[in-house]
Every structure is written in structure tokens, then in C-alpha cells.
Design a protein around this ligand. Sequence first.
Ligand code: GLN
Length: 301
Amino acid sequence: MSGEALTLGALRRMAAKRLSAVFGSEGTPALDSRLLIAAVLDIEPNRLSLFDYRAVSGAERTRIEDYLDRRIAGEPVARIIGTREFWGLPIGLSAATLVPRPDTEILVEAVLAWFDRHGGRERVRRVVDLGTGSGAILLALASALPEITALGIDLSEEAVRTARDNAERLGLADRCLFVRGDWSQAAAGADIVVSNPPYIQSGVMPGLPREVRDYDPSLALDGGADGLDAYRAILADLRRILVPGGALFLEIGFDQDKAVSGLVEAEGFATTLHRDLAGWNRVVEAERISRGSAASLLGRA
Ligand code: GLN
């Protein structure tokens, strides 16, 4: 692509053709080229076609071609443009954060449904996110639940910086606090604990799709030999963090429903499973059963 001046529309079609020649039916060439070009021109992607007759400058074209080359070399679009939409919010990314996945919105929906069953979305509640990464889950929750205060914890300083930047940009920083540390940093008293922890078995890591293996941080993916290390760590500390009557929401791998439900139930929680868009059980919801409230009145709890 070089030579005489192009309109944006023509460039968009050429870009899509180039991507479709490389990725074939595996790819989403029209969407990818729209997102890449919109990022260079700082136009909202859904409005890009309104600018089809705009001329593209040489400098813009060079940057767009650079983005296309990176995409063709295998870099995911979200990594190139540094942002991914999650729950309708633009979430900034860094090397220390996962690209938020559409399936993770199931977890957000499950938490909102819990609020609907427990006094509504306007209730004042405390939410803790263990391994918060970009903060996508908490920021989605805070945007939908106006009275929650939220704490996100992550081992990675860079992830915490990314999450804080996202909270600032989305105007949610007054209710969403992000701290670096391990999960013991969470104070007692959370009504809701959420987590999308690393859950891939170490042995499976080398066989992951390239876009995941080469670009998502292994700290956010590798769940140890059986993929369950993070769940055990969360459950070990959960009774301290979560109030009686509170609930835990865990994202799980597509084949981990029985294993994770088993671990959670062994701790005395009642579980409910939520399916993802492909039909896999993707989220384990666990309600802390308050132990014998009547008995405790008699001091026999
Ligand atoms: N769902 C992610 C994947 O498919 C894994 C995320 C995780 O380990 N929490 O790669």
C-alpha cells in the first residue's frame, strides 16, 4: 500500500483485504482493521465509517501500516492498540495484564444477579478482587453498582498501575482502590469476593494458542501442576475475608467445574455454576452458609 492519496474508506477496505488474505476464515478482518485504524486516528470505532471520505495523511498511513504489519506478525489487536472493551468500558492494558475475555462478563452478570436477590443494586457493599490485573471485573462492577466500594489486589506492580489508570480514566477511582500484594492484604469484611485467578495447568502452557502464550502474562495464567493452586490459596483465607452471608465468584477453566466446586464445598460453601457463551461452566458462585444462627443465640455456635 503506497502511492497516491487515499480516502479512509479505501484504506479500510484494503486493510481488511490484507488481513483476510492472511487469516482467512479464522480471523475478523473487517473488525480488526476498523479497530486498528480507529486507534491511529483517535476516532470511536463505531463511527469510523462516517469518515470514509476523509483523506489519510502519509504519516497516518505509515502508522496504520505498521499496526497491520504487527497484526499480521501475530500480535493481538488489543495488544497493539493497548485497550479492550469489557462490559462496554474501554480497559487499558499492559504487559502485566490479561486481555479481558468476553466470557469473564459472565462473572459480572452473576454478581449483579446476586445483588438483585440481596436487596438490589443500590445497596452499600464491599467487594474484593483477588488478582485484579487490569481491574476489568471490579471496574465493570463499580460502574453497574453505584454504592459499592472495591479493593483490587495484584502481585504485579505494573498491573496495579494499569488498574489505577483505568479507574482514573473511568471516573471510578474514588470507589476502587488497587494495591500491590498477595491475597492476605485483603481486610476482613468483604460482602463479595471475586477472582479470575491463573487456572491453566503448567503442563498445558506451552500448547496455548500463540496469541495467549506469547502475549498474556504467565503470572495471570499458570495455575500450577493441576491448575488449582490459586483456588486453594483463595479458599485458605476466605473465611477470614468474607462476611457470613457473603458470596464468592470464581472464574474457572472449561473443565474445572467439578474440581473447583469440590474444593469450595469442602470449605462449607454452597455452590452454583454459571455457563459461558459456549455452554461450559465458567463461573462458580459460592455462598457462605451462616452457621446455626439460632444455636449461636444460645451461645452454642
Ligand atoms: N481464560 C483464559 C484463557 O483462556 C485463562 C485465564 C486464567 O487463567 N485466568 O487463556
